[in-house]
Write a protein that binds this ligand. Structure first.
Ligand code: HEM
Length: 175
């Protein structure tokens, strides 16, 4: 009995000491659980404020576009489906075509260029361009981008932009 009383007394003393040591304060409140993102908030882990890069930049800027156009022109000249209309485009004329196309693609993809060539209807007037030729030119451009390892996503974005010109470029809509 004496031992029990002694044990109780020392427990109460320990409790008293603890209360004094803690200054009688309440135990700390557990930290709030982390805020859970909803699916609609969830990003891909990249900085939330980062603006998406323009297609122009993802294509390697004006230099990258110029390389694509160089490869594209070689492909077109070697492509029997479309080489004929391009056969007359040589020398200075070819240089102008090259530079016009670079400026056009630069502006179209969000780059700091101003295309100053003809509108697509006037540029292809009287050529009787067919849908098949239009498709062939787009294929030659895609092949040029693949040669230069332009990723599929960027290829698709550029081709989608160019397909909006089909209406103005194709003069013979039956083929
Ligand atoms: C998305 C498709 C095409 C684009 C973006 C495009 C773009 C252009 C541009 C920017 C020019 C230069 C215009 C100027 O000199 O002011 C041009 C000229 C020309 N294009 Fe296209 N073109 C396309 C499709 C085609 C197709 C399908 C053909 C024929 C098969 C073609 C044949 C030509 C030719 C021969 C010229 C030179 C015309 C000349 O200077 O007399 N193009 N094109």
């Amino acid at each position: 009995m004496r031992t029990r009383l002694a044990a109780l007394a020392s427990l109460s003393a320990a409790a008293l000491m603890f209360a004094i040591a803690c200054g009688g304060k309440k135990p700390p409140v557990a930290p709030e659980p982390p805020v859970t993102e909803t699916l609609s908030d969830a990003g891909d882990g990249d900085s939330v404020d980062a603006a998406p890069r323009a297609l122009f930049e993802r294509l390697g800027g004006k230099d990258g576009i110029a390389q694509v156009v160089d490869a594209f022109i070689k492909n077109v000249q070697a492509d029997s489906r479309v080489s004929r209309p391009f056969a007359k485009v040589k020398g200075e004329h070819m240089k102008r075509f090259h530079d016009m196309l670079v400026d056009q693609l630069c502006e179209l993809t969000g780059g700091p260029c101003t295309y100053q060539g003809k509108d697509m209807k006037s540029a292809h007037k009287g050529m009787r361009v067919t849908n098949k030729q239009f498709d062939a030119v787009v294929e030659d451009l895609q092949a040029a981008m693949s040669e230069l390892k332009v990723p599929d996503q960027e290829q698709t974005e550029l081709v989608n932009q160019l397909s909006q010109m089909r209406e103005d470029i194709v003069g013979d809509k039956r083929k």
